[in-house]
Design a protein around this ligand. Structure first.
Ligand SMILES: C[S@@+](CC[C@H](N)C(=O)[O-])C[C@H]1O[C@@H](n2cnc3c(N)ncnc32)[C@H](O)[C@@H]1O
Length: 317
């Protein structure tokens, strides 16, 4: 499912030719603007980013006590919001750029937050986590930066528990006209200008505009999630589709549908006991009873099967 890491169809706004080089350039760039990052986020979005992150965290729905992965955590605004909404949960805040995590740690990991939010420098394409350890995963404005995205989806899928959600916050494609072209003008001209002036990094906000413009639209992104094995995939536009919240769920285990199998030996044992008394009913051997149960099982599984649209999902299982 994962393409080789030197795939040639890579479209990098950094001008890099390999995912490894792209990753390094992106990490370096975010490292350079880390000090200004929060201020510019709020200023350039008119503080709407706070609401977007609130919606992202709300969609995650981990169970009490579970750990949530916040990938591309940056300065950890999403991690803090997750902790606020789910006070019994822990957050693994992973990011490639150490200066982003350090800036966030110095500003935000106080008053007990340092005991529940754990910043770790890591690449989203190869997570240093065991499989099925996370009760939910979030990524805000990060998936756009990771190439190939498939690698990150596969890693999310691997580390999420069955039934857990992946929630993505990302800009919609900038190739559509929004607000009669006003947003597109903002994206093309104003954003790079203001960003360059304030952050002092010529290129970082041009990179932002460029990656938004070349980003797939919401339907294409949803399809990518389905192809990666997620089900119940949906997306919600915010601010006229400038930003989207995408949600997908890792399918629940097959074991649920196979539950009747466990009941089968009991049934078989009971039938055997009856059979001792009445030899005519000997037909119901444990083996046959189990086969019967298996035959019945697919009928209960129908809704899950319907959700499986892509052969790749079946491969994941
Ligand atoms: C636009 S910032 C988003 C930060 C934060 N999630 C927020 O909502 O403000 C994108 C982040 O993605 C991180 N990033 C880019 N590529 C990455 C990768 N391959 N693995 C992990 N983090 C990555 C960058 O270092 C940067 O901190």
């Amino acid at each position: 499912m994962t393409k080789p890491s030197d795939q040639s169809d890579m479209n990098s706004a950094t001008g890099a030719t390999t995912p490894a080089e792209h990753g390094k350039r992106v990490a370096d760039m975010f490292g350079r603007i880390a000090g200004w990052y929060d201020f510019l986020n709020h200023a350039l979005s008119g503080c709407q980013d706070i609401y977007w992150r609130y919606r992202l965290a709300k969609a995650a729905r981990p169970k009490p006590g579970e750990t949530v992965l916040d990938l591309a955590a940056g300065t950890m605004d999403v991690s803090v919001e997750l902790m606020r909404q789910y006070p019994t949960c822990k957050v693994a805040a992973l990011d490639f750029a150490l200066p982003m995590l350090e800036t966030g740690k110095a500003k935000k990991l106080k008053d007990g937050r340092e005991d529940v939010i754990f910043p770790v420098q890591a690449d989203g394409r190869a997570l240093p986590l065991p499989k099925e350890c996370m009760g939910a995963a979030t990524i805000a404005f990060g998936i756009r930066n990771i190439l190939p995205r498939e690698d990150a989806y596969n890693e999310f899928f691997r580390v999420l528990k069955p039934g857990a959600r992946l929630c993505i916050l990302e800009f919609g494609t900038g190739s559509k006209r929004v607000w009669k072209g006003l947003y597109n003008f903002y994206l093309d001209k104003l954003l790079p200008f203001i960003g360059d002036r304030i952050s002092g990094d010529p290129g970082a906000y041009r990179y932002l505009a460029e990656t938004i413009k070349t980003f797939p639209d919401e339907r294409a992104l949803a399809q990518e999630l389905v192809d990666a094995g997620f089900e119940r995939v949906y997306h919600v536009p915010m601010m006229s589709g400038i930003v989207y919240l995408h949600v997908g769920e890792k399918p629940k285990r097959k074991a649920q549908a196979a539950a009747p199998k466990k009941a089968a030996p009991k049934k078989a044992a009971a039938e055997k006991a009856v059979a001792k008394k009445a030899p005519a009913k000997k037909k119901a051997t444990p083996k046959k009873a189990a086969v019967k149960a298996e035959k019945k099982a697919p009928a209960k599984k129908k809704p899950v099967k319907k959700a499986v649209k892509s052969p790749k999902i079946a491969q994941k299982k």
